[in-house]
Ligand binder design. Structure first.
Ligand code: NHR
Ligand code: GAR
Length: 212
């Protein structure tokens, strides 16, 4: 069974969804760059080892990433999962875990990379928003896409109400994506594209607003 290390920075609800999904893998550890991350207590309550590597203890990104990699490798991780992890990673770190480092991002990439995605989507008046699980590459939020979920944007949405609707879908697609990786049903091929040996599942179209 593949060994997984999850990196968090805060609440850890996506991490919790992964812990509770009964995936065919061993979650070896949860690591946070912030000692006050709520998700650390949740991980401990699930009997998962935790560690903190504070970026504030390191002079630059490269030395922080090197310390992080040392701990990750101590857990012999096969796959590294970013779940609300808020530090941009150096090219060296990303390349070390090429094809086995994934992230969940709260937008329909390539729209709205970076932060404050829900605010920007509302500002633009888009009618459909969502979330994306992708392989991490050096270019921020531009790695090959594994799965996306779309939600309607409603007239009275606030960033909070919209993010709650997106988060529900995050908790569905992230366990699915990790399950595929654990079962070797999805992988990053030699051209840097997402390959899969599962049958294509035709999804339903989402119209927003709907037709009359
Ligand atoms: N690193 C690389 N190289 N590539 C990606 O695609 C990455 C990554 C690290 C994190 C997650 C990402 C997201 O899903 C992620 C993808 C943090 C920032 C950011 O600006 C942006 C995107 C993501 C994560 N971080 C600030 C920084 O200076 C700190 C912001 C904060 O602490 O609130 O690192 O959105
Ligand atoms: C999630 O919405 C995740 O997609 C997003 O932060 C939230 C973390 O929630 N990630 C990013 O914005 C990465 N920059 P969680 O800690 O409860 O999973």
């Amino acid at each position: 069974m593949k060994r997984i290390v999850i990196l968090i920075s805060g609440r850890g609800s996506n991490m919790q969804a992964l812990l509770e999904a009964k995936l065919p893998c061993e979650i070896a550890a949860v690591i946070s760059n912030r000692a006050d991350a709520q998700g650390l207590a949740t991980a401990s309550a699930h009997g998962i080892a935790t560690a903190v590597v504070s970026h504030k203890d390191y002079a630059d990104r490269a030395s922080f990433d090197a310390a992080l990699a040392k701990i990750i490798d101590g857990y012999a991780a096969d796959i590294v999962v970013l779940a609300g992890f808020m530090r941009i990673l150096t090219d060296g770190f990303v390349e070390r875990y090429a094809g086995r480092l994934i992230n969940i991002h709260p937008s329909l990439l390539p729209a709205y990379p970076g932060i404050d995605t829900h605010e920007r989507a509302l500002q633009d008046g888009v009618k459909i928003h969502g979330c994306t699980v992708h392989f991490v590459t050096p270019t921020l939020d531009h790695g090959p896409i594994i799965i996306q979920a779309a939600v309607p944007v409603l007239r009275d949405d606030t960033p909070q109400s919209l993010s709650a609707r997106v988060l529900c879908e995050e908790h569905r697609i992230y366990p699915q994506a990790l399950r595929w990786l654990c079962l070797n049903q999805v992988w990053l091929d030699e051209h840097g594209r997402v390959a899969s040996d599962r049958l294509e599942q035709p999804g339903a179209p989402l119209l927003s607003p709907g037709l009359e």
